[in-house]
Design a protein around this ligand. Structure first.
Ligand SMILES: NC(=O)c1ccc[n+]([C@@H]2O[C@H](COP(=O)([O-])OP(=O)(O)OC[C@H]3O[C@@H](n4cnc5c(N)ncnc54)[C@H](OP(=O)(O)O)[C@@H]3O)[C@@H](O)[C@H]2O)c1
Length: 217
């Protein structure tokens, strides 16, 4: 029988996060989730998980949040707030010291494929999409916030087993197949496929300290 693990999920009511929670429960694991609006949780999950009501912008007790956790997973996004404030960076800067303090090692942060990895680059096509489609969609601040998190993890948190998934997501439609990790090939996936991929990725020691794309195999 698989060991029951405890996942802390940040963004559990979001496009990827809701599928991630379902996947954890389906595999017999436990979930703790920090959510602003518990009623937005998938109904089949709401009474099976430990819900902490609050916002990452609140003065959250991050020690209590990570206590006893095996894996921390962040699938956060608030493009309006992120236009003027790096809320993910601010929160991760509080979360990581609490992870250290409580002996929690592994952290998966889901960013976007159009976010540049720290010390890396984007192809001209991805820069073009970033400054046309993504910019027009109001995602510029979200990419800057995601990039600031990647810089923080790379420069100040190498003792943590962090993994960044630079996801490409086009819809909340049905599965289109299985995603695999790639430093160079990028697919436009669905939320459910990205959740399944991130679920496997966070448990994959070979992915530690990578900030790769995912693509359909
Ligand atoms: N969607 C895409 O097309 C796409 C594509 C590629 C990559 N990504 C990346 O994937 C990540 C997650 O995106 P997603 O589309 O799965 O998420 P999403 O649908 O935008 O949902 C974001 C989640 O973050 C939560 N959240 C936002 N602000 C919060 C706060 N202050 N406190 C607590 N929770 C907060 C939201 O809670 P509420 O329900 O309360 O709002 C929601 O659960 C992002 O980094 C994004 O850049 C997304």
């Amino acid at each position: 029988m698989t060991q029951s693990l405890l996942f802390l999920v940040l963004g559990a009511t979001g496009g990827t996060g809701k599928h991630f929670v379902t996947q954890c429960l389906r595999d017999g694991h436990r979930v703790r989730a920090l959510v602003r609006t518990p009623s937005k949780l998938p109904s089949e999950a709401a009474d099976k998980i430990e819900v902490v009501q609050g916002s990452i912008t609140d003065n959250v007790d991050t020690d209590a949040l990570v206590k006893g956790v095996d894996y921390v997973v962040a699938m956060l996004g608030d493009k309006e707030t992120q236009q003027t404030r790096k809320v993910c960076l601010e929160f991760v800067q509080k979360l990581v010291p609490s992870m250290r303090e409580n002996g929690v090692k592994r952290f998966l942060f889901q960013a976007g494929g159009l976010s540049r990895p720290y010390g890396g680059s984007l192809t001209p096509l991805l820069w073009f999409l970033r400054y046309t489609l993504a910019y027009a969609g109001g995602f510029h601040g979200q990419h800057l916030d995601n990039e600031a998190v990647m810089e923080y993890l790379s420069t100040q948190a190498m003792d943590i087993e962090w993994i960044v998934h630079r996801a490409g997501i086009g819809s909340d439609g049905p599965s289109k197949g299985k995603l695999a990790r790639s430093p160079s090939t990028f697919s436009i996936g669905t939320h459910v496929d990205c959740a399944t991929y991130s679920f496997d990725l966070v448990q994959d020691a070979s992915a530690v300290h990578t900030s790769d794309f995912s693509h359909y195999v």
